[in-house]
Design a protein around this ligand. Structure first.
Ligand SMILES: Cc1cc2nc3c(=O)[nH]c(=O)nc-3n(C[C@H](O)[C@H](O)[C@H](O)COP(=O)(O)OP(=O)(O)OC[C@H]3O[C@@H](n4cnc5c(N)ncnc54)[C@H](O)[C@@H]3O)c2cc1C
Length: 454
């Protein structure tokens, strides 16, 4: 049994804990112990679709402000590392075949501009100056969004989308990167400055006089410390209980599908595509009859929710297509290994064939699909927690939901400001646990609306 000391102990070396260590080091706090019972970045943080966006709804502009800050930090990291994590800026392309959604797109673009996403540009004629995004790189690109309602413009730039597509909204400060490369880059920089990565399970958090004094690991090793950061991902609630704190957090299971687009249906340079209409899956009469008999899959005959989305990954001879569709989530206890509906891949592929009809070529004989995922760890309104806990010296960086790769730099930067006692940004209260004590905020929660989850 060993006894050591640290200025800060972080529980969890997922992207949240790694980013916290990195930003503490940036503020000169280097005697940091990063404790994880698993290999770094291996639980939720290697399951993500690795996408980012500053496209977030209100109420208020806090979410957009935090995400803009996070993306600024990601861009700084990309610059200093010669873009080792391959950050691109292809954008998120929302698409619809419902004429009644056109006005909604225009309003959404204008509302987003008011929240700080960037300007709204309308493209209503074939001669418009709309420019699609480059495949690689992130510099010199527009922010905000482009709403395209001219059908010829849509077909010219996105011929692989369904012919009945009537409007597109291209959100521009969005794209994707390699989350593992990003995490490893930050972890290596932090370790170079003295951060210790310790393998172990946090089992107890010691307190005296109402403040943190140390951490005990399984096996009995102890680390004396005045500060503890809970960045335990899906176990953040259990770890908070070690401090006697109950967090308003729950988990949802989410998965993604990957398959080789051997027919080259989706061009390598395509953006992230999100279909904002509900989808009626196409079935043969025989399949319909079979599904009607199945208790578990009968719902597939009904209209399915909007939001099926996907994007190409990598290039070369055999590019990969990723697909995600959040059609059946509910709160659950996290359990590993995570199990998924064996029909998930086919359902997502069928859903994606609505906005990208070329993909239906794969439906008669499904390609080999790889399904993986994990848990979104969420607050009720889908806004993360970064800041102090009600025990002196204890902090949280959690509830990163389905946006932890993109937000962890912003969230960790905020957390490091608390710990280093720096001036806090204006959005800090929106991510503090004590927001739930505010009656006005609680009233807002009852009428929240769009949580920004895709
Ligand atoms: C299918 C899917 C798609 C996603 N797509 C995106 C996306 O496109 N963009 C995006 O930004 N985000 C995305 N996400 C979300 C993102 O992956 C998560 O928000 C992020 O990985 C959470 O990071 P974390 O550090 O909080 O948790 P984790 O990565 O789970 O890390 C928590 C760590 O804490 C450790 N731990 C827990 N308890 C203890 C203990 N008692 N002692 C020691 N160690 C402990 C665990 O071992 C683990 O390593 C997606 C997630 C999923 C599941």
């Amino acid at each position: 049994m060993s006894e050591t000391t640290a200025e800060v102990v972080i529980c969890g070396a997922g992207i949240g804990g790694v980013a916290a260590a990195y930003h503490l080091v940036k503020r000169g706090i280097t005697r940091v112990a990063l404790v994880d019972e698993r290999p770094a970045l291996s639980l939720t943080s290697d399951k993500s679709a690795e996408s980012y966006r500053n496209w977030w709804p209100g109420p208020g502009d806090s979410m957009v402000a935090l995400m803009n800050r996070s993306i600024d930090l990601l861009e700084d990291l990309a610059r200093e590392s010669d873009n080792v994590f391959l950050m691109n800026r292809r954008g998120y392309l929302f698409a619809t075949a419902q004429p009644e959604q056109i006005e909604r797109y225009v309003r959404a673009a204008e509302e987003a501009a008011a929240l700080g996403v960037g300007p709204a540009r309308m493209h209503r004629a074939p001669g418009s100056d709309y420019r699609p995004a480059p495949a690689a790189g992130y510099e010199g690109q527009p922010t905000g969004s482009d709403v395209i309602t001219d059908r010829s413009l849509i077909r010219r730039h996105f011929p692989y989308l369904a012919e009945d597509t009537v409007a597109l909204l291209h959100a521009r400060r969005c794209g994707w990167f390699s989350g593992q490369q990003l995490g490893m880059y930050m972890l290596e920089r932090a370790r170079e400055k003295g951060v210790r990565l310790i393998e172990g399970r946090v089992e107890r958090i010691e307190t005296a006089g109402g403040r943190v004094t140390g951490v005990t690991l399984a096996g009995g090793d102890t680390i004396a410390t005045p500060r503890f950061v809970n960045a335990a991902g899906p176990y953040v609630k259990d770890v908070a209980r070690l401090l006697g704190v109950e967090l308003p957090i729950f988990c949802e299971r989410h998965a993604k599908v990957a398959f080789h687009d051997t027919l080259g249906v989706v061009p390598r340079h395509a953006p992230m595509m999100i279909w904002t209409d509900p989808v009626q899956l196409a079935w043969t009469d025989e399949e319909r009859a079979e599904l009607a008999q199945s208790e578990t899959h009968r719902y597939l005959l009904e209209e399915m929710p909007a939001g099926v989305h996907g994007r190409p990954e990598g290039g070369g001879d055999s590019p990969i297509m990723l697909g995600v569709w959040t059609y059946d989530v509910e709160p659950m206890e996290p359990r590993f290994p995570v199990e998924f509906d064996p029909a998930f891949a086919e359902i997502v592929l069928r859903g994606m064939a609505r906005p990208i009809p070329g993909l239906s070529a794969y439906l008669s004989r499904l390609p080999k699909c790889f399904v993986d995922g994990g848990y979104y760890t969420k607050t009720r309104e889908n806004r993360l927690l970064s800041g102090p806990l009600p025990v002196e010296g204890a902090y949280i960086l959690g509830g990163l939901s389905g946006y932890g790769m993109m937000s962890s730099n912003g969230a960790a930067d905020l957390l490091a400001d608390y710990i280093a006692e720096r001036k806090l940004p204006g959005y800090a209260p929106a991510f503090h646990l004590d927001r739930y004590q505010d009656p006005a905020y609680r009233a807002l929660l009852d009428d929240w609306g769009d949580s920004g989850q895709l």
